[in-house]
Structure formats: structure tokens, C-alpha cells
Design a protein around this ligand. Sequence first.
Ligand code: GLU
Length: 311
Amino acid sequence: MASTSPSPPSGYRGRLAPSPTGYLHVGHARTFWTAFQRAREAGGTLAMRMEDLDADRSRANYADAALEDLRWLGIRWQEGPDKGGPFAPYVQSKRRAIYLAAWRKLVHSGRLFPCRCSRKDLATAVAAPHERVQRGFGDGKFDKLDDEPLYPGTCRRFMGGSPQLPGPTADAMDTPGNTNWRFRVPDGEVIEFVDANLGPQRFVAGVDFGDFVVWRRDGVPSYQLACVADDAAMQITEVVRGADLLKSTARQILLNRVLGFNDPAWYHCRLVVDHNGRRLAKRHDALSLRALRQRGLTPMNILAAELPVEA
Ligand code: GLU
């Protein structure tokens, strides 16, 4: 009898990386569907990774809801918190050792410096008053990952030590301690990449983004660090995500270079906007997959709808 065993997966490895900080909305549905399609068309593997490092905002019920909503849409993955797989665990809060190893490598490369600036110092130094409100500085949190303000350079001078403040001691180079650690970007360097959806992209370090946090004083690795460490460890070959993360991609290319990781291919999806042209956020409850499903919409209604996208 002829064998009907499935063909082995191709080398393509993609991932879905929701943050369980709210219910997923139609914008997420679009992006995750694209990631699913691209992995499927390539005959590859898709990994689900729960990005729950922000303990203040992450909730277990949102993580469960994300898996359920994506399954309801028809999205399937081969590895994940619910399935296991060769790169388990697939939950970021359980992968600390991997992030610590990456942080140590960065600190030994000489590109990190401890930063003592408070969020308040930075908000005052960097943002014009109207921006502070828009960017969510009011409550001391950043709404969007790409919103980290351009760092004014205050603590850069502590790199390698200074008469007032010594550089990192051997101990400090082994454990991050309770200080922020920033990556010193190569000012003026152009970071270019060709996005598989949006075409050529170009960012200038020190202009489009500044020295960014890789480890937070509360002991949590930043999104940028955790993301590159995981994408490398999970052997991801293409990252599909929203266009709100384009500048993060430029930062991650710099991190990959210093860490000796290969860059995956990049595919950024245009962002769905609401009727006022504003990007969807998890606060848009009416457009959450949950709410739409409760109103009787089907996955097909959601995926086939003509939705306005950011230019
Ligand atoms: N967890 C991030 C988010 O939900 C996405 C990270 C990524 O795809 O790199 O915005």
C-alpha cells in the first residue's frame, strides 16, 4: 500500500507572538492570518509564543482568550504552549535564562550602559507637552513598543566608568541588578532592510530611535532583547508582524549583529485603522474578535471585510 505520510516541513519557520494584555482585535486577526498563510504556503512550521513579560499588564485569561480566538479564526500552529515542541517553553515568562545569556553577551560586547534616568526625567527631557499625552507618558507607560522616546544620552558617559560613577563591576556584568540597561546605538548609522511586504526600509540610528532599554530595572528583559533571543533560539526564518514594529526591527537588526544572530526575513503588515484613521489598540473593545463573534460574525466576515489600513 502506498504511504500517505505527510511531506516533511520545509525549512520555513514562522511565529505568532501575541502579548496577553487585552483581547485580540481585527488588526491582530489580519496579521496573524497572514503569518499563518505564509507558513502554510511555504510548507513550513508555525510556532506560537506567548509574550507575557510585562507582568503588570499580562493576564492569564487574555492568553487563553488569544489561543481560543485564533483557533476560532481557523489559524493553526504546530508548536506552542498548548502543544509543546522542540523549543519549549513557548511562554516568555519561563525563558528568563535565555534572555540573561543574551544580556551577558551584550554587556561583554561593551555596548550596554547602566542608566539611572527615571521615566519622568526622560519624559521631561524628550517630549513636548502635547506628545506626552499622545504617547501615554501621562501614566508613565508606553502605549506602543515603538514609542520609546529618543534617549537624550544622559547616562552614556558612564560607559566604561567615570570618576563619579565607576563602570560595571564584574558582579554587575553577571547579573543586571536593579538598574536599566541601554544599548548604545551607532549614531548616524543607516539601517536598511527590504521588507517582503512593504519594500525597502531605511532608519538612522540616533535619529529615528536612540539608545534603547534592553533590561529594565524591575528585572524584566525588554521586548527588543527577548524578541531577538527567542527568534534566534526558535530558529525563526521569517518574522511577520504589524508595521507599528518597523522601528523595532531596525533595533533588532543591531542587536542581532552584536549577538551574532542571523536576521530572519521581515514581513510587516499594514495596520488596520478605525473610522477616524487611528490605529486599533486593545482599548477598541468593540472591534475585539470576542465582541464581533458574540455579535454573530463569522471568521470569513472578519477576514474578508474591507478594512481601512494605514497608508
Ligand atoms: N508581542 C508583540 C505584540 O503583540 C509582537 C511582537 C512581534 O511580533 O515581534 O505587539
